[in-house]
Design a protein around this ligand. Structure first.
Ligand code: NAD
Length: 438
């Protein structure tokens, strides 16, 4: 399971040899740790065009923990406020602002472009703001050295509801997220003043399905780190592993098959749920010509059917109340398609469709619903992939390596954050900007 190539390229002989042979040299990603909770260095705040948010952004950016400066030698992060760019000619300001600094951004640094919502009444503004998406996705492919680039589109209300997302995208927690476009929605529930940013989920209960191992176990640990009481759910066959996860995170174990007809009732019996993470998933890979009906329906039922049923039942029963967060698990296989995975890709595309379809209705209850779409993540699921395909999966992304379960967990924690009420209906890829489906 270990990425030996990444370890090798991190050594002096490995660096020398791979450079001489012209082989890829993926950078070691600087992930969150208690010792390194924020990026090390300065944040360069730039503006293209005339922005209405300069002052508010100037007040908000220091809250990321970085020192904000108007110019820097090797910034750890660059934020370009392009919300005021409304014409094709105005895009020249984007080039003018970033072209001189792009090379100077520190290894493992962040480039974040802020855009505004697309105006339905101004086609040029809408086109130009869409253009920023293509720009950022291309830049993310160019910059290398573990650096990432994203576009954050603000809601019509400007920066309101943006803080948790700014903090996430400008932190080590988003190390394996790159080339993403996140759209914020207008939110009336601006809670930022009340948030404990150290333990944002304190006093809240999270339920994580498929928590015995892999990504689910990492999600449980990360939500517990953020203060949540975590109910860990997995099939009874892995009850021992599940119990170990529950003990490790100081939570409770719920051995339960999520496809059971009474699954929602059994979850409801544990009490109110503030954060529901649909992580449980299975693969039964075969080309369609060889796929049995059983392999088809089991994957669709675990990965999609149970997600729809439990979500709807728990919302209806009021188990998920005002301010609740739902995070479901899609996959880049669902976005790009994958030979041998018609069942799996259908289920994961369905998850993306589900969160988009549910978001507007749930907004009325103050509930958000989003999906993470992992790329190649180092888990048991990917360890069983044949060697050559596994190696291709690891390298075929802008960061040149697989992600860790913690990368998906950090993204989930951002979506589960009480301050993330403006993030809903989004499908966020955690894939190092995989070339698949890009
Ligand atoms: P994993 O196989 O290591 O863990 C999945 C867990 O889900 C297991 O503990 C399993 O027992 C549990 N589970 C399966 N069926 C269940 C059911 N009916 N009820 C309750 N629990 C059940 O997988 P992982 O790699 O940690 O993946 C987690 C999620 O991320 C899955 O939804 C998967 O499709 C998705 N994903 C993973 C990757 C990757 O690269 N590993 C990529 C894209 C998406």
């Amino acid at each position: 399971m270990a990425d030996r190539y990444l370890h090798f390229t991190g050594t002096a002989p490995g660096r020398f040899l791979t450079r001489r042979l012209g082989l890829p040299q993926p950078a070691s990603l600087l992930r969150w740790s208690p010792e390194r909770p924020v990026l090390q260095g300065e944040l360069l705040h730039l503006t293209a065009g005339l922005s209405a948010h300069t002052e508010a952004l100037g007040a908000l950016l220091p809250r990321t923990g970085l020192r904000v400066v108007p110019s820097a030698g090797a910034p750890a992060a660059v934020v370009l406020d392009a919300t005021g760019v409304v014409t094709v000619d105005g895009l020249a300001d984007v080039h003018a602002a970033l072209q001189p600094v792009v090379r100077t951004v520190a290894s493992g640094g962040r480039l974040l472009v802020l855009g505004s919502h697309l105006s339905p009444d101004d086609p040029e503004q809408a086109a130009v703001q869409e253009a920023l998406g293509g720009f950022v996705r291309s830049l993310a492919k160019e910059i290398g050295r573990g650096r990432t680039a994203q576009l954050l589109r603000l809601a019509p209300g400007g920066l309101s509801g943006a803080e948790s997302t700014l903090r996430f995208l400008l932190s080590p927690k988003s190390a394996y997220v790159s080339g993403q476009v996140v759209q914020l929605a207008h939110t009336t529930s601006e809670l930022a003043g009340d948030i404990d940013w150290e333990r944002p989920l304190a006093g809240r209960t999270a339920l994580v399905t498929g928590a015995a191992r892999g990504i689910g176990a990492a999600v449980a640990a990360t939500l517990a780190r953020d203060g949540a009481h975590v109910v860990c759910l997995d099939v009874p066959q892995v009850a021992d592993d599940l119990e170990r996860t529950a003990v490790r995170v100081g939570g409770a174990a719920l051995p339960l098959d999520i496809t059971a007809p009474d699954a929602a009732e059994r979850i409801a019996a544990t009490g109110p749920v503030d954060v529901l993470v649909h992580n449980a998933g299975i693969t039964r890979d075969k080309k369609l010509a060889n796929m049995t009906a059983e392999n088809w329906s089991s994957v669709l039922d675990v990965n999609l059917g149970s997600v729809i049923r439990t979500t709807q039942s728990l919302v209806k029963a009021g188990v998920l109340g005002e301010g609740a967060r739902i995070v479901a698990t899609s996959s880049i296989a669902g976005i790009a398609g994958n030979a041998g995975q018609t069942n799996y890709a259908a289920s994961k595309a369905g998850v993306a469709g589900l969160v988009r379809a549910l978001a507007p209705g749930l907004a009325a209850y103050g509930i958000t619903v989003n999906a993470v779409a992992p790329g190649f993540i180092e888990t048991n699921m990917t360890a069983s992939v044949p060697l050559m395909i596994r190696e291709a999966g690891r390298r075929m992304n802008s960061l040149g390596q697989g992600g860790l379960p913690e990368d998906v967990a950090e993204t989930t924690a951002w979506l589960a954050h009480p301050g993330s009420g403006a993030v809903t209906g989004q499908v966020v890829r955690v894939c190092g900007q995989s070339l698949l489906g890009a």
